[in-house]
Design a protein around this ligand. Structure first.
Ligand SMILES: *Cc1c(COP(=O)(O)O)cnc(C)c1O
Length: 380
């Protein structure tokens, strides 16, 4: 009777020893923790993890171990999974639309903070929450800078946000403001514009803020040799808050999903076929771990390994990549430059794949079953 090995040195070691014919997702706790520390040490306020990006226990518990003390949850199931992994965590319920039953469950689980963007939803909260709860009014602006923004669905225009904030303050809750600049936002000015408007909304309502939640949207490393610099974004947020609110301004909070989850995880897919020497067919695609590709563009941080786990290094050839399903949308956008000596049975490792990958994978057409493995390091 042997023990099943469940921690591996690298993805290459796991691929060489097990030769999986299904996709594998590798999580590296050390890398998850270093991404967390970058935020905890660098952001001028509290860091809350947006659980929807990756709700796996390995993610939640390693972020907590590295100092992330709050979690942005959108549903009772997310609350329960965080409570199970990190019993002491502060839960922030920032999905602005909730059923009465969901609100009751949140109160039961001790959620301390709630976001809202409509009067009808505020009425539901006011009827159920203790006055010690924080209610953050979510507003939106037509700001560019993100790969896509969430303004279509959530956020009150500034006028209405001021009226909501007045009502929150008058009712005696902890009044806050929140916004979300979109996802994979590379431009610090997006946050600065929102922060300046948040101060105007607070003034207009005559309600000083207990806290300002600057949302998520921080970029992860998807393309090219250099990771996006988070330092200048953190600095711009701190500066914009001092300029807008003065030195006695509200405490700051951010709620990144992508930028905390992406870097500590890699996805291995296998080359099922090189059809007539041309197009590459993988065993995972846009209905599985690569779900974001059509929306976010390709991720070109990759390594190609032969079945023995050794890197392919042939001169690059441009290839079109398809996923395994019979659906014709199942292809990665654009072309990727891949080693010319790549062959059927090889593995393609995609790096920076921890966000919105396993969380949204489906089993469409019988594919999408991802093996999960823990590794000490991600590089082959
Ligand atoms: C999805 C979401 C986030 C996280 O967004 P990222 O782009 O992954 O950082 C933060 N806050 C709210 C309210 C969200 O819905």
């Amino acid at each position: 009777m042997g023990l099943k090995q469940n921690i591996w040195t690298t993805p290459a070691e796991h691929l060489r020893l097990t030769r999986p014919d299904h996709p594998v997702i590798y999580a590296a706790p050390r890398r998850i923790q270093s991404a967390a520390r970058r935020f905890v040490d660098g952001f001028p306020g509290q860091v809350s993890y947006a659980v929807k990006a990756n709700p796996e226990a390995v993610m939640v518990s390693n972020l907590a171990a590295a100092g992330v003390s709050a979690f942005d949850v959108a549903s009772p199931d997310e609350m329960a999974l965080v409570r199970a992994a990190v019993p002491q965590a502060a839960l922030h319920y920032n999905n602005p639309v909730r059923s009465t039953e969901e609100i009751a469950r949140a109160v039961e689980l001790g959620v301390v903070s709630y976001a809202v963007d409509s009067f009808s939803e505020l009425d539901k909260l006011m009827a159920a929450l203790p006055r010690t709860a924080e209610i953050a009014v979510r507003f939106k602006l037509p700001v560019k800078g993100a790969v896509y923004d969430f303004g279509d669905k959530f956020g009150a225009p500034p006028e209405k946000a001021a009226a909501l904030l007045r009502r929150v303050g008058a009712a005696g809750f902890r009044p806050s403001i929140t916004f979300h600049p979109g996802t994979q936002c590379n431009d610090p000015r997006a946050w600065a514009t929102y922060i300046a408007e948040a101060a105007r909304i607070s003034d207009k309502a005559g309600v000083p803020l207990a806290r300002l939640n600057v949302g998520g949207g921080f970029p992860s490393h998807r393309e090219g040799g250099r990771a996006p610099a988070l330092g200048p974004i953190f600095a711009a947020i701190g500066q914009a808050a001092r300029a807008a609110f003065g030195p006695e301004g509200p405490a700051l909070l951010c709620e990144p999903g992508r930028a905390l989850a992406a870097e500590g995880v890699a996805l291995a897919t296998r080359v099922k076929a090189l059809r007539d020497g041309g197009d590459v067919f993988l065993n995972d695609g846009i209905y599985g771990g690569l779900a974001e590709a059509p929306l976010m563009g390709r991720i070109d941080r990759i390594a190609v390994l032969d079945p023995a786990g050794a890197p392919r290094c042939g001169a690059p050839v441009e290839r079109v990549l398809f996923g395994p399903t019979c659906d014709s949308l199942d292809r990665l956008p654009g072309v990727l430059r891949l080693p010319g000596d790549m062959a059927e049975g090889d593995y393609i490792l995609f790096f920076g794949m921890g966000a919105y990958s396993t969380a949204t994978a489906t089993r469409f057409n019988g594919y999408g079953a991802l093996e999960k493995a823990v590794v000490l390091g991600l590089l082959p």
